[in-house]
Design a protein. Structure first.
Length: 174
């Protein structure tokens, strides 16, 4: 079959550099209702006590109009903004690598009702795995990968010990 040549380069997307907690995602990623959208990422992890003043302002901006967000991990901004971005488009979903703290303790009640009570559901999850690298003084971090989508009848999956399990429901504690 015919294969499109890779040179000369052709327009294949749009790269925008900016603060994802401040940008209007609907302007950066223009879509129509029929588009299939995937938002993937590995935003910076910063617990509430490690955030700079500007990052605290990012949280305030992201959760404008809501209360009890001040002690959220910084990653909560991405989950919340992404779930707003996909609205009720049944073809769209988001997924992020995150520390597993977003699904533990007080974090759960501070962020997940704002997502799940807006016609969203957790579509898949890798509940926990150790993230490490070869850096000097590397500290292994317990991470999760969590997918969110508009509520629908498609299967939901949990990935545990290299096994994919079908789940009827995945709650915020995974």
């Amino acid at each position: 079959g015919f294969k499109q040549p890779t040179l000369p380069l052709q327009e294949a997307g749009k790269i925008v550099c900016g603060n994802a907690t401040r940008l209007d995602w609907n302007q950066v990623c223009l879509t129509s209702e029929s588009d299939e959208v995937y938002v993937l990422g590995n935003p910076p992890y910063l617990g509430a006590r490690l955030q700079t003043m500007n990052q605290k302002k990012d949280l305030k901006h992201s959760f404008e109009g809501l209360t009890k967000y001040q002690n959220l991990d910084y990653i909560a901004c991405w989950f919340f903004r992404a779930s707003q971005y996909i609205k009720n488009n049944l073809k769209s979903s988001v997924a992020f690598v995150t520390t597993n703290s977003i699904c533990q303790g007080a974090q759960v009640s501070m962020i997940w009702p704002h997502i799940l009570n807006r016609n969203k559901e957790i579509s898949f999850a890798y509940p926990k795995f150790t993230w490490s690298n070869n850096a000097k003084n590397n500290a292994g971090v317990i991470c999760s990968i969590i997918g969110v989508r508009s509520v629908n009848n498609k299967p939901k999956y949990m990935f545990i010990d290299n096994t994919r399990l079908i789940a009827k429901n995945i709650n915020a504690f995974l």
